[in-house]
Design a protein around this ligand. Structure first.
Ligand code: APR
Length: 243
């Protein structure tokens, strides 16, 4: 890749829970992960919410509290991606499966939360969304329509459609570099992005993860190690000499 082409080279970065692990937030499927403590069927499905809305609200309320703790901060992996967006002359889009706000707090601006955002809630009755930093109660009245039975976390649950898929696929199809960071490759559609890129774009594909993901063989290249180490190293490399 020549330097003169850089402004036309867009980069798409898929991130998962692994990038936030060293900031103090648990992943899902590691041995000590969230799904070893609670059943995803209970807290991350529409059926679970219907069965026991209080349990689901409590789960997201406690994660919202945790995100506000003073020691939960963006790490060197998030910061390197923010630097990449600032210094790379072409477009850089982060598509994150994470519902935390650590990419934004590190300085990234072009972030798409395909699984929703912990600090937002929405009303299932009128579809309005609201910034929300405190607890959400089961019979919370919607600030817009006033209904008391529709408020829920703005989080995509299993069985629901991830957000902004048309925009994501359009961007994947014209990217020059696709990076996947800190995701186990268990959950679709995100796990299928690398195959989509390989079919539709003339792009380099790389996985940066602690260990090979489920889809490791689909990537042209891989760097294994903690995100706080491998992400800054790789960002430095591509700003210096491309991929
Ligand atoms: N640095 C890099 N990668 C790490 C680190 C680290 N410090 N720690 C763990 N990892 C890797 C793990 O090896 C694992 O491959 O991060 C990955 C995390 O995988 P998951 O826990 O499955 O998280 P993720 O892929 O983001 O899950 C996808 O599943 O339950 C849903 O909605 C939830 O968005 C989530 C989706």
């Amino acid at each position: 890749m020549s330097n003169t082409d850089r402004s036309k080279q867009s980069i798409v970065i898929l991130t998962g829970a692994g990038i936030s692990k060293e900031s103090g937030l648990d992943t899902f499927r590691d041995a000590d992960g969230i799904w070893s403590k609670v059943r995803l069927e209970d807290v991350a499905t529409p059926e679970g919410f219907e069965r026991n809305p209080r349990m689901v609200q409590d789960f997201y309320n406690s994660r919202r509290h945790q995100l506000a703790e003073s020691d939960i901060l963006p790490n060197a992996g998030h910061e390197a991606l923010a630097r990449l967006e600032k210094e790379w002359p072409g477009d850089v889009l982060i598509v994150t499966q994470n519902i935390d706000n650590l990419h934004e707090r590190a300085g990234s601006r072009n972030v798409l939360h395909m699984h929703g955002e912990l600090l937002k809630v929405r009303c299932g009755r009128c579809s309005n969304q609201f910034q929300w930093v405190t607890d959400l109660h089961v019979e919370e009245a919607c600030p817009a329509c006033g209904e008391t039975d529709g408020m829920r976390p703005h989080v995509v649950w299993f069985g629901e459609m991830p957000l902004e898929m048309d925009r994501i696929y359009a961007t994947l199809e014209r990217c020059a570099l696709f990076m996947s960071i800190g995701t186990s490759g268990n959950v679709y559609p995100a796990a299928g992005f690398v195959s989509h890129v390989r079919q539709c774009a003339d792009a380099h594909t790389i996985e940066l993860n602690l260990e090979p993901s489920e889809g490791a063989t689909f990537f042209a290249q891989a760097l294994y190690g903690p995100a706080t180490e491998v992400v800054p190293t790789y960002v430095e490399k591509i700003l210096d000499a491309g991929w």
